[in-house]
Design a binder for this molecule. Structure first.
Ligand SMILES: C[S@@+](CC[C@H](N)C(=O)[O-])C[C@H]1O[C@@H](n2cnc3c(N)ncnc32)[C@H](O)[C@@H]1O
Length: 275
């Protein structure tokens, strides 16, 4: 059933989506041009992708505790590392986007809810070695694989914490830091996502970016996204289908902007030639 929902949601998204060539807001255009259109080619990123491949080939089985949306059915299960690496991690294009977003706002304090095997964390950390990345995951076995990889990649700016999101949410380490970027990528329920967002939105800097993953993973995730994107008067929300980005840019003084964006190769008639 979930796949039917995702399929129908994609059709709706596709219908609504525009391309960068139809963006009128200079702030949004600059953001997309400098983060989404840029193809990152960096030796470090190639090393991270090599690690992804190694993980995808690792057939060792580990026991995992599911603290997320799937936990109601089977909270403890065995999974191959390769299966986690192939299904649970953000894809290369999305990771590249995260990498460029860190550079775009010159982020120093970055929070990630949902480390998993650490691929997205590694991209966030590689974008600015002076930034401090705090990443949380509730599963000790998964977290330890990620930590080993961070050491292997010499990424020393990551603080990897094993905790459930609920247990750490109100701790000073989360509430007393002013975050530049928050990446929410775990526990995909309406209740948890809206609650984390509301609590964490109070901790961000004046100019900050919040990324919410898997906004069409289920009906309730889409409901959560639709609600939170409307909560801040000065925010810009951009729907990339697999994830949504909320930009808090106080100086731009524009009204609220809400759009869905797709690469022009998927809507060639919106490539800007006929404007
Ligand atoms: C989709 S994966 C994260 C993927 C990772 N950000 C990437 O793109 O490489 C989600 C992770 O969140 C963790 N998680 C889910 N719900 C959690 C909760 N309530 N508390 C702590 N960790 C949780 C899971 O253990 C899982 O490893």
């Amino acid at each position: 059933m979930r796949f039917i929902y995702i399929y129908l949601a994609f059709i709706r998204f596709y219908w609504k989506a525009t391309t960068i060539y139809h963006i009128h807001s200079p702030s949004v255009y600059a953001f997309l041009e400098q983060t989404w259109l840029i193809k990152s080619d960096d030796i470090q990123l190639r090393k991270i992708e090599d690690q992804r491949k190694t993980l995808q080939q690792n057939t060792k089985e580990i026991t995992i505790q599911d603290h997320g949306a799937g936990s109601r059915s089977k909270p403890i299960k065995k999974r191959k590392i390769s299966a986690i690496a192939k299904t649970a991690l953000s894809k290369k294009k999305q990771c590249n986007h995260l990498f460029q977003i860190v550079k775009f706002i010159n982020a120093n304090q970055i929070l990630e809810f949902g480390t998993s095997l650490g691929i997205s964390t590694a991209y966030l950390a590689a974008a600015n070695h002076k930034a401090e990345i705090t990443t949380i995951d509730g599963d000790p076995n998964i977290q330890s694989i990620a930590t080993t990889m961070f050491e292997h990649l010499s990424l020393n700016n990551i603080q990897s914490i094993c905790s459930t999101f609920d247990n750490i949410l109100n701790e000073p380490i989360i509430q007393e830091t002013k975050w530049d970027i928050i990446y929410l990528d775990g526990n995909h329920t309406y209740e948890a996502t809206t609650r984390y967002f509301r609590s964490l939105a109070k901790t961000i800097k004046e100019k900050a970016i919040i990324i919410v993953d898997d906004i069409y993973w289920s009906k309730e995730m889409t409901r959560a996204w639709n609600e939170i994107k409307n909560e801040n008067e000065f925010s810009i929300s951009i729907d990339f289908f697999y994830y949504g980005v909320l930009l808090f840019i106080p100086e731009q003084q524009e009204n609220k902007i809400d759009l869905s964006i797709i690469e022009y190769k998927y809507k060639p008639w919106k490539a800007g030639f006929f404007q």
